[in-house]
Structures are given as C-alpha cells and as structure tokens.
Design a protein around this ligand. Sequence first.
Ligand code: AMP
Ligand code: GLY
Length: 414
Amino acid sequence: MNVLVVGRGGREHSMVLELAKSSQVTKLYVAPGNGGMKEQATCVPIDELDMDGLVSFAKEAAIDLTIVGPEAPLNEGIANRFQEEGLKVFAPTKEAALLEGSKSFAKKFMKKYNIPTAEYETFTDVEKATAYIEEKGAPIVIKADGLAAGKGVVVAETKEQALKAVEDMLVSKTFSEAGSKVVIEEFLDGREFSLMAFVHENNVYPMVPARDHKRAFDHDEGPNTGGMGSFAPVPDITEEHIAYSVENVLQKAADGLMLEGRPFTGILYGGLIMTEAGPKVIEFNTRFGDPETQVVLPLLKNDLVQVFVDILDGKDPELEWEDASCLGTVLASAGYPGPYKKGAVIPTFPAVEDMYVVHAGTKFEGDTLVSDGGRVLLVGAKAANLQAAHQKVYQVLDSMNNDNYFYRKDIGLK
Ligand code: AMP
Ligand code: GLY
C-alpha cells in the first residue's frame, strides 16, 4: 500500500515510525513532514490545509490510505473532501470533528448523552458572563469556543483573572472568531490522563492511557505549552477507571455521534480528570494527542496499517499492548513557549536499546539537521516499568550539555 500521513510534528513522526515498520507499506509519504522523518518517509511540500494539493498528490501517487494528524485540516473537512474524491482516509468528517472544534457543541453533547463533565454555561455577552463569574466565584475555568491552538483555556484562580479572560476573549477578541463565544465551567480537581481510542461508527478500540505534562518547567510550573513530555500507561489510573471511562465517555461519545448523524471514524481522545466523583471529561480531541502518541504507539504490538485497514472494514483489529512502559521528554528551544531562536544544530544521542527519538521541529539546512520550532524533538524510551524508562531517557538527556535547548527533568515522577 502507498500511505500518506498529513502533518509535520512529533505525533506524525511517531505514526511514521510505526507505519514504516509495516511489511504492507510500499511507499510512505508525509505532507509536509519535517527533517527528522526523511529516513522513514518521503516528505512532500504540501501544506496541511491545501486540500486541492493534497487530493491531487494522493491521486498522482496512487495513495491507498491517508491518515491525518492535526485538528485544523479535520475542521476544514479534509475527510469529507477525500471521501468525495473516492480516496480512503482514516479521519473524522468535519461534522464529527466538531466535538473538538467547538467547546460549546462538545459540552451540549456531553450533557445530552450523560457523559461526565464539569458544570458549565455558554456566553457571547460579556455582561452575562461577568454576572455568572460574580455568582460562581473562583477558581473557575474560561474556554474560547473554537480552536485556539491549545491556548484558549484559562484556569482562573481569582475572580479578577476570570473577568479579564472573558474581557480578552469577548471584547478584545484575542482569539478572534474562536473566542467570540466562551464556555465558563466548574474547576475540577484531580490527576489528568488521556485516553485515546481507534473508533469507527459504534466500534471503539481503546489504547493504553497516557499522561501529558503541559507546563513548561519542573513541578508543573511556568506557562502552558504544547506538552513537555508524557508517559504510558498511567500507574495511578486503575483498570476500573479505564473501563468506566471507555464505557461512559468514549463509547457514549461514539454512539451519540451516530445518533446525531455525525458518525465518527478516526482517533477519539478523551482528556480526563480523576475527580473524587470519578473520571470526568475536560476536553475531547478528534485526533491523536501530542505528545501522548509518542509514548502510546511504541507499546502497540499490532501492525498499525493493518489496524487502520481492519477498522475501516468494520473488523476488530484485536489490539495487543506490550506489558511495558514508555516515557518521553521533549527537548525544547531555549525560551519556548516565549520567543526562541531556530537553526541550532540537533544534538546526536548515543544509541541505547529501546530508546528512540521523535522529531517535531527540525529541518535540513544543507546536510545539517537544525531546530525549526519550539518543541524540537522527544527522547523516548521503553522499559519494564516507568522508573526504568525514566532512567533510560535521562541517562541520555543528562549527558547532553547544550544551552540552545532545555527540558523538564521530572517527566513521570509525579
Ligand atoms: P485544554 O486546552 O482544554 O486541554 O485545557 C488545558 C488545561 O486546562 C487542561 O489540561 C487542564 O489542566 C486545565 N483545565 C481545563 N478545564 C478544566 C477544568 N474544568 N477544571 C480544571 N482544570 C481544567
Ligand atoms: N496533549 C494534548 C493534545 O494533544 O491536545
């Protein structure tokens, strides 16, 4: 089969690394990809949002299966377009992707189908939103309705912060249209975990849970980022919590979307929080998580191409997971998530068994691979348990001495 992956980050490189292992893949392409993927795939310089370009390429290169990484093209209807052109694609339509694309849609949907989540109200009017915050007090959470590249959520510790967030979104339009509607919700306290599943219509095949580390610095300090590291599975989330979440979150969501006439095909991602009253949903994503994918896929024993093919054919892919742990730490450009420099030489890492490097923001300048983004790469390791995986990753990272980069030292320790 000829396979095309759409996207350019670490999540996509992680998919590419797995797909490249499949004996069924003849040619593997990524659009647009990044420098670090060149060993496994052919990068084609087509933007993720260039639908015409992607469709023409898929036809020219006789692509048999396309997999889409990021949310923006899903929201733009890439799956609809590929289906209309008779091209096989493992991705949700824009109607199904609204579960991630609109927080107010997702909240209403969860209420309707009795999926556990925080209490909330939706507002477009700043005075009504202000009155609600005055009534509820802090802590309270303000969310821009639309896609805001992971930056549209403010967890306000004080009423003043909450009022400012609402003002920024509804009046100053800091997220433009994405913030012209806001969801204000109850603050939930507990440990977070991400539970992803391969989904086709009513069929839900869960993966192992993972935990992301969103803050920039150790001990969860500093600003939010796209994710500074992750691990899987999550020891403090029990089999019962997982079974409960599969049944009450992922299965209910898949079934609800069928009933709404928005059948889902693709990866459904539940961002969950373990409250005293059980797991509750913080957000749904309609794609693989980043950097969760980088620690979940290496634990999958199945051939990933076969998994996609089976699921699209309505067959159970019979997922099998290694009885091991994966942990990954992101190497970021100094200064990230604030201003940072690009173009630093990518360090080379000693080869250690079951250690891997996933590229996110790298490119070639001549023959040299250099940094090309805030999150540059992820150093991951697989081991018998979390502690051993942590040791392996940090043995490699701590031997590096390079002021162009920084990383969190505490991934997997909490
Ligand atoms: P999101 O962009 O939706 O992933 O939200 C970013 C982060 O905000 C989440 O990972 C949580 O840490 C936090 N968050 C979102 N909603 C809530 C909530 N209702 N209660 C507590 N924390 C939240
Ligand atoms: N790791 C969170 C996300 O992919 O949205």
